[in-house]
Design a binder for this molecule. Structure first.
Ligand code: IPD
Ligand code: CA
Ligand code: CA
Length: 301
């Protein structure tokens, strides 16, 4: 993408990172059309040769174009983490979709700047992010202070200001699924909004909040490679990212709540109610549900 096309000041990292994300995406597209065998990391946590091959490709290309930068990748890359810059890389976000031939996945690369005085547990600043969907050829990109873009055009979060008019997204972990309370939140948010999508790629969910296709997204147990690029995109597009109590999001927070900003307070209020056990919608038994349906049908005549 040219600077003229984006209308921004000079990009520092995005042009090269975008090139790498496009190469990685092209490789994913090839694997996707051939079909790949599925291996298991955990009971339902799948991985494929595409995840590993593409992480290697990104790691190699990053070390060529940004030789000083560190790389922290989902498939195990831990290189040069003592330096000032660190890429969080998810070579294939949406592996379960990919393995089933479900066309929703992406490459995600987020860059953190960590000044020398920072302690290991302290956060640096997210300064660049690129998310690439190779099937739709959609490249979401951002640098701190320079806005968010989709294929070179500026994007903004949606202006909708009521949860009741919002389209949301969430996700569920593939590890320790039984320990996740998220299904209860899924139910409550579904009842109070236009609906909750579970499309299977957290990075694309965040990119869609940035692009105004979704008003909000939350998830309980994510990693920095899932979120780093998407957080910067959402913030640069005018949105807000916190934990479930409204505190500033930290790179290793795991629980993430991202929104267009306008519905954030309503989302936080529902989280607070639910964690306090208030205001839950009782779930009808099958008999109660049938009786309710029949009563409604009778009322209509
Ligand atoms: C997963 C996806 C999914 C989310 C899971 C993630 P992966 O990443 O982002 O949407 O719900 O929590 O682990 O394993 O496909 O890279
Ligand atoms: Ca992921
Ligand atoms: Ca992944």
């Amino acid at each position: 993408m040219s600077n003229a096309a984006s209308g921004t000041q000079q990009w520092v990292w995005v042009p090269k990172a975008s090139e790498i994300a496009r190469q990685a995406g092209a490789r994913l597209r090839e694997f996707f059309s051939q079909g790949v065998a599925t291996e298991y990391k955990g009971d339902v946590d799948v991985v494929t040769i595409a995840d590993r091959t593409v992480e290697k490709l990104i790691r190699t290309r990053l070390s060529e174009v940004f030789p000083e930068h560190g790389v922290y990748g989902e498939e195990g890359t831990r290189e040069r983490l003592e330096g000032e810059f660190r890429w969080y890389v998810d070579p294939l976000d949406g592996t379960t979709n990919f393995a089933h031939g479900f066309p929703q996945f992406c490459v995600s690369m987020g860059l953190e700047q960590r000044p020398a005085h920072l302690k290991p547990e302290e956060d640096g600043t997210l300064v660049a992010g690129v998310i690439y969907d190779p099937l739709r050829d959609e490249l979401f990109s951002s640098e701190k202070g320079k806005g968010a873009f989709l294929n070179g055009k500026p994007i903004r979060t949606s202006p909708i200001s009521k949860l009741a008019e919002a389209l949301l997204a969430t996700g569920f972990p593939s590890r320790k699924r039984h320990a996740s309370p998220n299904i209860h939140f899924y139910q409550e948010f579904t009842l109070r909004s236009h609906g909750v999508r579970r499309a299977g790629s957290a990075a694309l969910d965040l990119a869609y909040v940035a692009a105004g296709r979704l008003e909000g997204f939350w998830e309980f147990n994510l990693n920095p490679w899932d979120t780093a690029a998407g957080i910067l995109l959402v913030e640069e597009a005018g949105g807000r990212v916190t934990d479930f109590e409204g505190r500033r999001y930290r790179i290793d927070s795991r629980e993430i709540l991202a929104s267009n900003g306008s519905i954030h307070q309503e989302l936080l209020a529902l989280f607070a109610d639910m964690f306090a056990g208030r205001d839950l919608s009782p779930i009808p038994t099958p008999a109660e549900w049938a009786a309710q349906r029949e009563a409604e049908a009778a009322a209509k005549g």
